[in-house]
Design a protein around this ligand. Structure first.
Ligand SMILES: [Zn+2]
Length: 352
């Protein structure tokens, strides 16, 4: 290891805006990647072998020449959600570090086993959902070790975080963000709210039920939030297909957040007319069989409306799924394979 990997600057400099907190001009090391001012450097976080094989996480550190916050942009927690993955490849290419204040840590594909094996929800080796494994463990199965690597290498080193998802490979989804109103530190909640508005998706689901225990943060973005770092989860794209409009929506969101944080020059924009969604309910399948959805995205459904039904493997109807509340369809599973307890759709109630 080069000696300069161990040397970092800790000169604290007041950022230009009086509203901004004081940021350190710190040169980060993330996995094998050692930041250099004014450069974009890519490499890997190695996730060592444990009870199952080793894997690695492709990352880029883009470092400005001026002090500013450290923003983490994460894609590919779920491997079959490609719109954010392709978006962050584009962000890496388009980001002009000569204009950048602070540092952007790009996690290109957090869950490489899931991406390469094209799995939905769960990783192929341990059948665990990476976005339920945080803060992770160095001694667990691969999903837990990936979570631990992201917690220690990325979340611990960032000031704020965007965890970029889409509908999974089987889910048709209308774009939205989650605002985690954790209720521990009002200022962190408020800054997270602004991050969600800055990303630019106008439908924002309010979630007040995330865990507050730092030993069991469960979700990636919640891990940052519990540690006082504003974070949001975004959802844009679906059904495993990175359409140009959804890739670009993710790219635009990433750059809007950088401008909002004054990491890049340009206008700071917040969604002007957000549609707050609360409450929302994810409906799960009552049985295993063949799923037949009957609703479209954004469709308004009344309480009790039939969202779809299940048949057995011979086509005989075995169960109906109805809306527990009146609202709009945020996402719906559009492929037939269905297991008991798996999500079939999400209904959210928009603010009046
Ligand atoms: Zn996801």
């Amino acid at each position: 290891m080069l000696l300069n990997a161990l040397v970092y600057l800790t000169i604290r400099t007041r950022a230009s805006s009086s509203q901004s907190p004081i940021f350190a001009m710190t040169l980060l090391t993330v996995g094998s990647v050692v930041a250099r001012p004014g450069e974009k450097i890519s490499g890997y976080i190695e996730v060592p072998e444990g009870v199952d094989p080793a894997t690695r996480i492709p990352v880029t550190i883009a470092t400005g020449t001026k002090p500013g916050p450290v923003l983490a942009l994460i894609a590919g927690i779920h491997g079959s959600e490609p719109s954010p993955i392709l978006a962050l490849q584009r962000v890496r290419r388009e980001l002009d570090v000569s204009q950048l204040a602070g540092t952007v840590i790009i996690v290109h594909i957090a869950n490489l086993p899931s991406f390469t094996q094209r799995t939905i929800y769960r990783g192929p080796w341990d059948q665990k959902n990476l976005n339920r494994m945080f803060p992770g463990s160095p001694y667990g199965t691969v999903s837990e070790r990936i979570a631990f690597a992201i917690t220690t290498q990325v979340i611990d080193q960032c000031d704020c975080l965007i965890d970029m998802h889409s509908g999974d490979g089987n889910e048709s989804l209308r774009p939205y963000a989650y605002w985690n109103q954790l209720g521990v530190d009002e200022s962190v909640d408020a800054r997270a709210r602004d991050l969600a508005l800055a990303f630019g998706l106008d439908h924002i689901v309010i979630d007040r039920n995330r865990p507050r225990d730092s030993a069991a943060t469960v979700f990636c973005s919640n891990t940052a939030h519990v540690h006082g770092k504003p974070a949001v989860t975004t959802e844009a794209g679906g059904v495993g297909v990175p359409t140009e409009d959804m890739v670009e929506l993710n790219v635009r969101g990433a750059f809007r957040v950088m401008r909002h944080l004054e990491m890049l020059p340009g206008p700071r924009e917040l969604v002007e007319h957000p549609v707050w969604i609360e409450p929302s309910e994810v409906l799960s399948s009552p049985d295993t069989g063949t799923w037949h959805p009957l609703v479209q995205l954004d469709q308004h459904v009344e309480q009790g409306a039939l969202l779809g039904y299940l048949t057995d493997y011979f086509g005989e109807r075995i169960a109906d799924v109805r809306a527990p509340i009146a609202g709009i369809v945020m996402y719906v599973v559009v492929s037939p394979a269905m297991g008991r307890g798996e999500p079939v759709a999400m209904v959210g109630v928009p603010s009046a």
